[in-house]
Write a protein that binds this ligand. Structure first.
Ligand code: ADP
Ligand code: 5GP
Length: 185
């Protein structure tokens, strides 16, 4: 009997390496479907609409929320982010493994609405390394980095709420562990 795959949520502080791990994993296992979120944040260089995010205006985000089109949504470091509900449901119903890469507030909402979701926390090897990665990425202004580091302290304290913690020392190792948790390998 083939069971409907569980939804997996990957969370962790900004800069810990979530996008890097997911990109690595999907290069080898494109059958894992990653939900594309809507966000009011402006695109970073190289980010494409419909690929990395659906970049929307404040008004468009208001409508998505009001129409109940988001499975969850949250405000993070001054921007809003949300998961389009329909696409997630369609993929789960088709038997495709689904991954959400979302913040702590979103992970809590998913836990509340989908009891069988699997919540995975990606932790940095140390606080110093997290600061190094977030600063080294070079995509945010200093005040944005400060804001994200403030949010990171809150996110790190919530680690015990998750089902599993993976420490991102090696991208390859973590990607492999995540695939195993999703029953893909
Ligand atoms: P997030 O999506 O969690 O905000 P990113 O994937 O953008 O984080 O990674 C932040 C920075 O850390 C990037 O410059 C990335 O290359 C680097 N990074 C990610 N994982 C590792 C790792 N295991 N070791 C060293 N650097 C890493
Ligand atoms: P970034 O701006 O670095 O792409 O993302 C900032 C934070 O927002 C990250 O922690 C990321 O996981 C989270 N995020 C991205 N999409 C969503 C979403 O749809 N919902 C929620 N709650 N958080 C999201």
């Amino acid at each position: 009997m083939s069971e409907r795959p569980r939804l997996t949520v990957l969370s962790g502080p900004s800069g810990v390496g979530k996008s890097t791990v997911v990109a690595h994993m999907r290069k080898e296992h494109p059958e894992v479907w990653l939900s594309v979120s809507a966000t009011t944040r402006k695109p970073r260089p190289g980010e494409q609409h419909g690929v990395h995010y659906f970049f929307v205006t404040d008004e468009e985000m208001d409508k998505l929320i009001a129409n109940g089109e988001l499975l969850e949504w949250a405000e993070f470091a001054g921007n809003r982010y949300g998961t389009p509900r329909a696409a997630v449901q369609e993929h789960l119903e088709a038997g495709v493994p689904v991954l959400l890469e979302i913040d702590l507030q979103g992970a809590r909402q998913v836990r509340a609405s989908m009891a069988d979701a699997q919540l995975v926390f990606l932790a940095p090897p140390s606080w110093e390394e997290l600061v190094r990665r977030l600063t080294g990425r070079g995509t945010e202004a200093p005040e944005v980095i400060e804001r994200r580091l403030g949010a990171a302290k809150v996110e790190l304290a919530a680690e015990p709420e998750f089902d599993v913690t993976l420490v991102n020392t090696s991208v390859e190792d973590v990607a492999g562990e995540l695939l195993a948790l999703m029953d893909v390998v």
